[in-house]
Design a protein around this ligand. Structure first.
Ligand code: PLP
Length: 398
């Protein structure tokens, strides 16, 4: 104690208190949020030992933080992977996974139908750094094979492809990538590990926007990658260099949310199938894109690859009335709102041509099969009969 309260308050509840807490024989039922940018050390040798991996400890939260390790453990557990890493956004996760595995003069083969931000990165950003990207139709493995070059290092797609929910033939793509000496990196955001674990089918690195189902409550922005220890360690270096790490609050929210991921995905999937069956019979809907429907061209693949035939909560519909009908439906629904994101607890609608795929020009939209009447629907966890009743009333107003 000094005579200066201000100085005493600055030193109270610091290094010594934190050490006492760490030695406690009891642990918190729920891990705390580690809101600290940096760590105290008793001496330089302790810091050196942490850097050398000879002592457990943390240095600086751009590199790591205990709460982040908990979130990484959750992702690796869900994925069944050796390792995982979490990021400040899905884009940070995907761009880090790509940058860690490519350099100038090398080549990527990608599906042209992707989350628009990633398409933009491939089409407009990577060429600035001397990386060439070719887009081919992933529904035809022969096209992927034909696009492979001696310098192809990455084959990239999504497991359930945004926004028309085509299912990727993961084992076939993995085989082609590996035969050409490339890594197969896959975005599993729409499916989650509850629906499919892509590494079980040959993928090397799995990426997530955890902003979506993994978070599930529309209250965090984040990303994750899962893979082998070696692949994740390589991506971690990129992450730390570019400063892409997830914040401690988001890591805590993600850890909390993932405890219910599997239950949530079952409910999303059950609801979505019932709603898709309703849409399929509706005269104002031209087409329903949802692989759990036996009429879907992707149904057999979903049955083969997805756990218990679950297809998650994402679907798309093409409205017979085109743009006017799509715009009107988004205006007349009392609870099911136009939300330019997805995978929340409640049902929402999005308009790919103007949101996720706004980077696509008219020809690219057409080639991807996205029309001005296409709405992407994220089915939530309300009771299915209530979701159907609201859509029925909304469609009646078109
Ligand atoms: N991947 C998919 C399939 C997405 O839908 C999104 C965003 O909508 C992203 C990646 C990017 O994630 P984030 O918005 O968390 O950066």
């Amino acid at each position: 104690m000094s005579k200066n309260i201000q100085t005493d308050l600055i030193h109270a509840a610091g290094h010594e208190t934190a050490k006492k807490i760490a030695q406690s024989v009891s642990t918190p039922k729920v891990l705390p949020i580690y809101m600290t940018s940096v760590y105290n050390f008793d001496d330089v040798d302790s810091l050196e030992a942490v850097y050398a991996g000879e002592a457990a400890g943390y240095v600086y939260s751009r590199d790591s933080n205990p709460g982040l390790l908990a979130a990484c453990e959750m992702v690796a557990t869900a994925e069944g992977s050796e390792s995982a890493e979490v990021f400040g956004s899905g884009m940070a996760a995907i761009t880090s996974a790509i940058i860690a595995n490519i350099k100038a003069g090398e080549h990527i083969v990608s599906s042209p139908v992707l989350y628009g931000g990633v398409y933009n990165f491939f089409k407009n950003e990577l060429p600035k750094f001397g990386v060439e990207v070719d887009f081919v139709d992933f529904s035809n493995p022969e096209d992927i094979k034909a696009a492979m070059k001696p310098n192809t290092k990455i084959v990239y797609t999504e497991s359930i492809i945004n926004p028309l929910m085509n299912v990727c033939d993961i084992p076939a793509v993995a085989e082609i990538a590996h035969a050409g000496g490339a890594k197969f990196i896959i975005d599993n955001t729409f499916a989650t590990p509850s629906v499919v674990r892509p590494m079980d089918h040959g993928a090397d690195i799995v990426c997530y926007s955890v902003t979506k189902y993994m978070g599930g409550h529309s209250d965090l922005i984040g990303g994750a990658v899962a893979g082998s220890k070696e692949d994740v360690a390589k991506i971690h270096k990129t992450l730390a260099m570019y400063g892409c790490l997830m914040g401690p609050m988001e890591a805590w929210l993600l850890t909390r949310s993932m405890r219910t991921l599997d239950m949530r995905m079952k409910k999303h999937s059950e609801n979505a199938l019932k709603v898709a069956e309703f849409f399929e019979k509706h005269p104002k809907i031209e087409k329903v894109h949802y692989a759990a429907l036996p009429s879907s061209p992707d149904h057999a693949l979903a049955e083969k690859l997805f756990t218990d035939g679950m297809c998650g909560g994402m679907m798309a519909i093409d409205l017979a009335g085109g743009e006017a009908a799509a715009v009107k439906l988004m205006e007349v629904m009392p609870n099911i709102k136009f939300v330019p994101s997805l995978a929340s607890y409640s049902t929402t609608m999005s308009y790919p041509a103007r949101t996720s795929h706004r980077a696509y020009n008219e020809a690219e939209l057409k080639a991807a099969g996205i029309t001005m009447g296409t709405l992407r629907i994220s089915i939530g966890m309300e009771e299915a009969e209530d979701i159907i009743a609201e859509f029925a009333a909304g469609l009646d107003q078109l």
